[in-house]
Design a protein. Structure first.
Lengths: 382, 170, 158
């Protein structure tokens, strides 16, 4: 079966409040990706963008970014979810055989609007919204307490994940400067401002401004562009029910389904042994543990037992994960970029040794309602 | 209440849940670096356009990114203060109380030397019936220009030299 | 070259809406007006839903409107709780002065939970699994706020 390879990528350094307008941010991401690989704009046949009307402050927001995003007179479309879902759509277009080069970009500026109030507006207007009790912070708090209570995990174990991610972020030159804490300790994490008990501010991936771009090509074309494209060998995608009260918040069934689909497609039988690095999009520190259990790296409730630092048995989020900068609509794509960098050996100070296979995930919705998982592999290996 | 007679189906009405969707808490950020020379020239009663070196398209008002070439244009060219009407239409407003109909012509002007058009107004004394595509116009500056697009108060109609030209017979 | 940006905060633009709640929720709110909590049961998998649904997601079948209604008691179990000082509608911008605990409560006899405030209690006294009871609002209008919140049931209270 035809494969699709990632041939180029670029991430604009994030900032809490960028001194740039929206079009310049997008232009930098797209131009940077094309220049990195030496490709020409005229060779791109399809553009997929990942933005959101509410985050951009205008409806049909991609009609304004056609020129800056490289879509002038090209087959351009929009995915109104996380960047990783846009990469999936771009991959499907490349697999049809009609597109030789697909450009996928995503990004938004969260300094322009209160991010958490947009998650309140995603709740049910006939029952939940009039009460004004649910947004992404309170939903995350429910999930954390359910997980802690069911498996008897302590808040210190969860804070350890935040410590590891914030320390990893210091080695990542493309991380948000405010997220980098080289001397983080569990005490510091637990004593920070409480957003919604028991979640504290340092356990939460703070939204910021930024953009990113990935370039995809089908197998033949990818090998003409470079000798070492990163192959996407497996994709899985699943979602759960909407109401928080309907779901089992102690585990992520949708991530388990997505992992099953992706592993089957990639031919992975033992995820813990066969994966070298995992880059997951964790909106809160406890979600990383829930995902590592759903991905088959450890038994349910034992997320804390895995050693996930850069030199450990299975490094998770060596770049710092979403805690190193959560740019709404681009974070999932950045996880894919970091995964590709690990395979290429380009991750400078947070590079893990000898990487052949990486899994990368994206999510959207309250408490990770929708999950998507990619399996990426180095070329030349069956 | 407007009666909707074309709705044939009878709808059983249920309760309604009112709410508000705040669109106003958005804080827009725009790049104005490429606008600065343009605004400075407007204050001095000059018009300049932005030219893309690769495709030679001149845009007025200036664009941040040239879509065809995917570059940021950076060459400024001086433009004459004359132009022509590229297209036009009219806005009709009906006064609620008197029922009087008022019309405002809205035109798209293409400056001589530029390749893009922008929407603006003609001299209020010009009647909508006299406007035609290709009508030559000229800028009428505000008395005290402040350095924004509002310094072009409106466009005056000038003599159309093409009306007097006769076609050469073969 | 220093770059400046222009910020424009728009004027007060707000879209007001009025959603029809639908026939299932309409019946649910009728029940709330008479201090009765209603749920509906999927005939295929026997799950009882609060608030009621038209479609059961698991079975992908519609639940008939005229029957399948279940009258539930006004007591339940506390499944989850949290306390937040940040006002949910403008999170990150302002903090409320008091922090009311909110919780997910599963009514006795139903399979799903609802999110409501927990009244007259401090977070340190809360554990998952406590028995709670509905506190009705003084004015009943057929609105989610007809349930003011839940209070803890002490000892052997029924």
């Amino acid at each position: 079966m035809n494969k699709v390879g990632i041939v180029g990528y670029y991430q604009v350094p994030p900032a809490l409040d960028h001194n740039m307008g929206r079009y310049e941010l997008i232009f930098q991401a797209v131009r940077g990706a094309l220049d990195n690989v030496g490709l020409k704009h005229k060779d791109v046949t399809s553009v997929v963008s990942a933005t959101n009307d509410y985050y951009d402050g205008r409806t049909i927001s991609n009609c304004f970014t056609v020129e800056a995003g490289g879509g002038y007179m090209k087959d351009e479309t929009k995915v109104e979810m996380d960047g990783a879902f846009a990469v999936h759509y771009g991959m499907l277009r490349a697999l049809t055989g009609h597109h030789k080069l697909v450009l996928v970009w995503g990004g938004s500026m969260s300094s322009c609007y209160p991010y958490s109030s947009s998650t309140l507006l995603s709740t049910d207007p006939t029952f939940e919204r009039p009460l004004e009790l649910i947004n992404d912070m309170t939903a995350g708090a429910f999930q954390m307490r359910a997980y802690m209570n069911h498996f008897n995990v302590s808040a210190e174990d969860i804070a350890q994940v935040a410590v590891k991610n914030r320390r990893n972020a210091t080695s990542n030159e493309l991380a948000l400067p405010e997220s980098q804490l080289p001397a983080a300790t569990t005490e510091m994490i637990l004593k920070a401002d409480v957003l919604s008990s028991p979640v504290t501010e340092l356990m939460y991936s703070h939204p910021c401004d930024g953009a990113a771009c990935i370039i995809l090509a089908p197998e033949q074309q990818a090998l003409k562009i470079r000798d070492d494209p990163v192959w996407i060998t497996g994709v899985g995608y699943s979602q759960e029910a909407y109401y928080l009260g309907d779901r089992d918040l102690t585990q992520s069934q949708s991530m388990k389904n997505a992992a099953q689909m992706a592993y089957k497609m990639a031919g992975v039988k033992d995820p813990k042994k066969e994966t070298d690095v995992a880059e997951v999009f964790e909106h809160f520190a406890h979600e990383e543990m829930i995902f590592s259990e759903a991905l088959g790296f450890c038994k349910p409730g034992e997320g804390a037992s895995l050693s996930t630092e850069i030199g450990g048995e299975l490094p998770i989020n060596p770049s710092g994960g979403a805690m190193s900068g959560n740019t709404p609509c681009a974070t999932g794509m950045i996880r894919l970029i970091e995964a590709a960098k690990q395979i290429h050996g380009d991750a400078s100070e947070h590079q893990v040794k000898d990487v052949h296979r990486v899994v990368a995930s994206g999510q959207i919705g309250l408490c990770a309602q929708n999950n998507i998982l990619f399996v990426l592999e180095r070329g030349g290996r069956k | 209440m407007v009666k909707l007679e074309y709705l044939k189906k009878e709808y059983e009405k249920t309760r309604q849940m009112p709410g508000k969707w705040p669109l106003s808490s958005y804080r827009y950020k725009f790049n104005i670096t490429h606008f600065q020379p343009f605004l400075k020239a407007l204050k001095e009663k000059r018009l300049i356009g932005l030219k893309c070196r690769s495709c030679n398209t001149v845009s007025f008002p200036p664009k941040l990114v040239c879509g065809k070439c995917l570059v940021q244009p950076d060459q400024w060219v001086a433009l004459r203060d004359t132009g022509m009407v590229a297209t036009f239409t009219a806005n009709y407003m009906k006064d609620e109380t008197t029922g009087e109909l008022q019309s405002f012509p809205v035109i798209a002007i293409q400056q001589d030397g530029a390749d893009t058009t922008f929407l603006t107004q003609l001299n209020p004394a010009v009647k909508f019936e006299d406007v035609y595509v290709g009508m030559p116009v000229k800028v009428k500056w505000k008395n005290q220009p402040e350095g924004n697009l509002g310094d072009i108060e409106y466009y005056d109609v000038i003599d159309d030299a093409t009306k007097k030209m006769k076609l050469q017979n073969e | 070259m220093t770059r400046k940006r222009i910020e424009i905060t728009t004027g007060f633009v707000q879209a007001d809406y009025n959603f029809w709640v639908g026939k299932y929720m309409d019946k649910f709110y009728d029940g709330l007006e008479s201090k009765q909590v209603l749920g509906n049961r999927c005939p295929t998998c026997n799950r009882v839903f609060v608030p009621p649904r038209k479609v059961c997601g698991n079975c992908f079948k519609t639940i008939d409107l005229s029957n399948n209604w279940v009258k539930l008691k006004d007591t339940g179990t506390l499944r989850n709780f949290t306390t937040t000082r940040i006002a949910v509608s403008e999170a990150g911008k302002k903090k409320t002065s008091e922090a009311i605990p909110i919780g997910m409560v599963q009514f006795d006899g139903s399979d799903t939970s609802v999110v409501y405030p927990l009244l007259d209690v401090q977070e340190k006294d809360l554990t998952i699994g406590l028995k709670v009871q509905v506190v009705w609002n003084d004015e009943l209008k057929g609105h989610p706020r007809d349930i003011k919140g839940f209070r803890m049931l002490k000892g052997g209270e029924r």
